[in-house]
Design a protein around this ligand. Structure first.
Ligand SMILES: Cc1cc2nc3c(=O)[nH]c(=O)nc-3n(C[C@H](O)[C@H](O)[C@H](O)COP(=O)(O)OP(=O)(O)OC[C@H]3O[C@@H](n4cnc5c(N)ncnc54)[C@H](O)[C@@H]3O)c2cc1C
Length: 284
């Protein structure tokens, strides 16, 4: 199928973007990497009057580190994140996750901001943002606001972005001493969206785990922090793995679809929790 007709604008400044968003409201769509949006247009799942192409706004791209934070601009492409030495050093969870995001050709075009704003429940970067307690910077004509990733994902493809707002960047705390990350997902083929995935981050001291952040994805309408499962691991470490796996029942509400039943998803989530816990503790 072909996309319905739309107008196309490529603004030269953020002010121009905000003026267009105010003018067109719901009838406008931001175009970043186009890897999800163009498919949605071609399938006629969206029919905006105008596409606002932000790819000319280079101030929205890039990775920088200062004041204990890593800032990732919304237009930073997946491939740039994947190959960044600063991301490997300060955000190893994101470095581990990136090779699982789609395929190389898509990672060459797709952007960090596009993935966050699109909010696919099986996407890797929203879950990493939850596990690492990122803040998103949302900007409109009336100014900027910071929204924690933990408050941003509202429902299936639904976010805290309001009419007139653009996601301009994300801020992540740099990796603290003693913290480790582990990332695993199960997909039909490498590069497909995950059936179930887990992005984890924790403080590791010998066999002890503290501040355990377990962000599951592919198991609900949004990525989910499994707080009930984290408790036993923080209290007793690896010997409490079985208890933590059982506690996932209280954290996750998986669903059936053509890829897996809810029951299989819960089983896979438990398997991933076991693998990720072992990986966090390995060599510590
Ligand atoms: C075959 C295939 C497989 C894929 N597999 C995966 C996968 O395994 N994991 C995964 O995470 N992704 C996957 N993707 C999606 C890919 O990562 C996309 O790049 C990403 O979802 C969207 O990024 P984009 O820059 O292409 O955004 P676009 O397609 O340009 O935009 C997506 C949506 O976000 C909005 N938007 C974009 N940027 C902003 C912004 N700065 N502020 C506000 N709104 C904005 C757009 O208006 C649109 O609604 C896959 C895509 C394809 C085609």
């Amino acid at each position: 199928m072909k996309a319905p007709a739309f107008a196309y604008v490529k603004p030269a400044s953020l002010d121009e973007v905000f003026a267009l968003l105010d003018q067109y409201g719901d009838e406008a769509k931001i175009l970043a990497g186009g890897q999800s949006l163009i498919a949605a247009l071609n399938l006629r799942l969206a029919a905006p009057q105008v596409l606002i192409d932000i790819t000319g706004l280079r101030e929205l791209a890039g990775i920088s580190v200062s004041g204990g934070k890593v800032r990732i601009g919304a237009l930073t492409r997946h491939r740039e994140l994947e190959t960044s030495s600063e991301v490997r050093r300060h955000l190893p969870l994101i470095a581990q996750a990136l090779p699982h995001v789609a395929h190389l050709a898509i990672r060459n075009r797709g952007t960090f901001g596009g993935s966050i704003a699109y909010a696919d429940p099986a996407a890797e970067l929203p879950a990493c943002s939850l596990a690492l307690d990122a803040q998103f910077v949302l900007m409109s004509a009336s100014g900027a606001r910071h929204v924690p990733a933990r408050d941003f994902f509202k429902g299936l493809y639904e976010t805290e972005l309001r009419a007139g707002e653009l996601l301009v960047s994300a801020e992540f705390p740099v990796l603290q001493h003693g913290y480790r990350s582990a990332f695993r997902e199960l997909a039909r083929r490498h590069g497909d969206y995950a059936i179930v995935g887990l992005a984890a981050h924790a403080k590791v001291d010998g066999a002890a785990l503290a501040d355990v952040q377990l962000a599951f994805f592919g198991v609900g309408a949004t990525p989910v922090l499994a707080r009930n499962a984290a408790g036993p691991l923080e209290a007793k470490g690896l010997p409490a793995l079985n208890e933590a796996q059982q506690a996932l029942e209280a954290d996750l509400a998986p669903f059936d679809d053509i890829n897996a039943t809810a029951e299989l998803r819960m089983h896979l989530a438990r398997v991933l929790l076991g693998r990720v816990t072992a990986e966090l503790l390995a060599g510590a």
